[in-house]
Design a protein around this ligand. Structure first.
Ligand code: COA
Length: 262
């Protein structure tokens, strides 16, 4: 079942377990991982009968996903940045529209694209060491995988603005207070236990009704589709700035960026 380089994908009795498996890079999402996730969720969508949920987590106990792979940002021009956003949007929209619930077990850093990935899931459980942030502003860009829209939908405008404009990192208790996570769990093992309990509950519900609740709740937000499109334009505008190049360079060189506003 596991033909993936960057994922661990397992069929358990009545659910799927999917782990992002790049622990040396804190499970950062490179483009290969995005395309493997797409294949995997396509498979799950076609084979959802008899399965009551997907547990999505990160390998190791330090990071869920530490964001998009910043090392792939070098030389990202306007055209490539539009494709970059579209790849992420397509995947995250698919996750949001899965016919069975996807539970993000956030077991460490959920930064940038990692936070956005968790936001596209139907439930979020966070371990005690989880940390959430949208730090794109530090690189001279904006969230480009749907975060400007979904974070605002989920935690409201003022807290979303604060997180995106300051890159503030919040821990799992704050994330719970913000309504960003459904539950705080101790660690990976405790998290798996709570996810499995949730799957047992979901197993007792009508699958078609589950599928239609997901569809119907998503319909509520459909008028935001222009916001998603606009996000791609705004992200790609940032990608042609000096500050973006500088932000990425500074990260790779492990120093503070020297932004110039151009
Ligand atoms: N993209 C690519 N590589 C990443 C990464 C990312 N988003 N986040 C972490 N890594 C890599 C590091 O470059 C490092 O690789 P190296 O050993 O080859 O240098 C490795 O993962 C371990 O990270 P390191 O920074 O040494 O760990 P740390 O515990 O000191 O710090 C973080 C952890 C998460 C605070 C720090 O890695 C970080 O700020 N990452 C970037 C987060 C971010 O801005 N994400 C949004 C991108 S849009």
């Amino acid at each position: 079942m596991n033909n993936y380089n960057n994922l661990i994908f397992e069929k358990r009795d009545d659910y799927y377990l999917l782990k992002i498996n790049r622990p040396k890079n804190l499970n950062a999402l490179n483009q290969d991982t995005i395309s493997e996730l797409k294949q995997c969720f396509d498979f799950i969508k076609k084979n959802s009968k008899g399965f009551y949920g997907v547990i999505l987590t990160g390998e190791g106990d330090k990071s869920f996903v530490a964001g998009a792979d910043i090392k792939e940002f070098t030389g990202l021009d306007k055209k490539a940045s539009i494709q970059f956003c579209k790849n992420g949007h397509e995947l995250f929209n698919n996750i949001e529209r899965m016919p069975i619930p996807v539970i993000a077990l956030v077991n460490g850093y959920a930064l940038g694209g990692g936070c956005e990935l968790a936001l596209s899931c139907h439930f979020r459980f966070a371990t005690g060491n989880a940390n959430f942030s949208q730090p794109e502003i530090n690189l001279g860009i904006i969230p480009g995988y749907g975060g400007t829209q979904r974070l605002t939908q989920i935690i409201g405008k003022s807290k979303a603005m604060e997180m995106m404009l300051t890159a503030k990192m919040i821990n799992s208790d704050e994330a719970f207070q913000f309504g960003l996570v459904n539950k705080v769990v101790k660690d990976n093992n405790d998290g798996m236990h709570h996810c499995e309990e949730l799957i047992k509950t979901l197993k007792r519900k009508a699958p078609i009704a589950i599928k239609n609740v997901i569809k119907s709740v998503n319909n509520f937000y459909d008028n935001s589709s222009d916001g998603f499109l606009e996000e791609i334009n705004l992200f790609s505008e940032c990608s042609s700035t000096f500050d973006f190049e500088e932000g990425v360079k500074a990260f790779i060189e492990k120093r503070c960026p020297d932004f110039k506003g151009e």
